[in-house]
Design a protein around this ligand. Sequence first.
Ligand SMILES: NC(=O)c1ccc[n+]([C@@H]2O[C@H](COP(=O)([O-])OP(=O)(O)OC[C@H]3O[C@@H](n4cnc5c(N)ncnc54)[C@H](O)[C@@H]3O)[C@@H](O)[C@H]2O)c1
Length: 256
Amino acid sequence: MDLQLKGKVAVVTGGGRGIGLAMALGLAEEGAHVAVAEIDEESAEKAVAEIMKRGIKSVAVRTDVTQPASVKAMVERVEAELGGIQILVNNAARLPGFLTFVEEKNSGGSAELWANIVDVCYHGVINCTAAVIEGMVERKYGKIINMASDAGKVGEPRQAVYAGAKGAIIAFTKSIAKEAGRYGVNVNAICPSMTKTEAVRQMLSADFEAKVVKAYPMRRLGEPQDIANLAVFLASDCAGWITGQAISVNGGYATA
Ligand SMILES: NC(=O)c1ccc[n+]([C@@H]2O[C@H](COP(=O)([O-])OP(=O)(O)OC[C@H]3O[C@@H](n4cnc5c(N)ncnc54)[C@H](O)[C@@H]3O)[C@@H](O)[C@H]2O)c1
């Protein structure tokens, strides 16, 4: 299948590591020019060096998705260096610490923690969408892919506030899809379950993995590439009639 992504301009937020990095490399593999918008500049530079080995254009832009001015500056730089943004992958997130809501409440600093989770996960998606949507509508072409989570569909103990933010992303995705479809803009959400990124590995002992994997019919946790494969497809015109969907990639963990 030719995904016809050659020369397309993509931005991946939080593309310096984990699933974001796998998606950035996946898009680059198909010939898209990829900007990595990251709060961690060092990881973004490394990702860009890797992407450029594929002989395509790429740029690392230090970005804080919670700050509209930072996002606006990122979009201006990407459009000046690579061209109009055709693909936006809203991936940046703050992952939860796997405490129950009450444990989190009593752990000190919970108000700041909750505000930050909602800010990075949900407001980040709003800010980045706001910065690109008019350009996409004007050009009558765009693909927006929002990283949600199965936690946002079916709920998850030890992830309550994060799950709430991910649920909000799903509702936002569906709403923008309904507004923007007539202008040729597809908007979808990807809902992974537990995927073995650096961030997750840090919290995952072998014992814990052996226990949780029993809840997965495929009897393994996800790898970043499992998620990137869907993102690359959704970014392509082969997925042109898919919009407003929240698609799980989860080895059968949740079937909602
Ligand atoms: N790994 C999983 O099990 C899993 C499951 C479901 C959903 N997800 C979602 O998939 C996405 C990627 O997850 P991951 O495990 O690779 O996470 P990760 O923590 O490894 O990567 C997140 C990236 O976002 C960047 N970031 C954080 N705050 C930022 C900000 N304010 N501005 C810009 N960049 C910022 C970080 O520097 C990091 O590179 C997230 O949206 C996450 O919620 C992950």
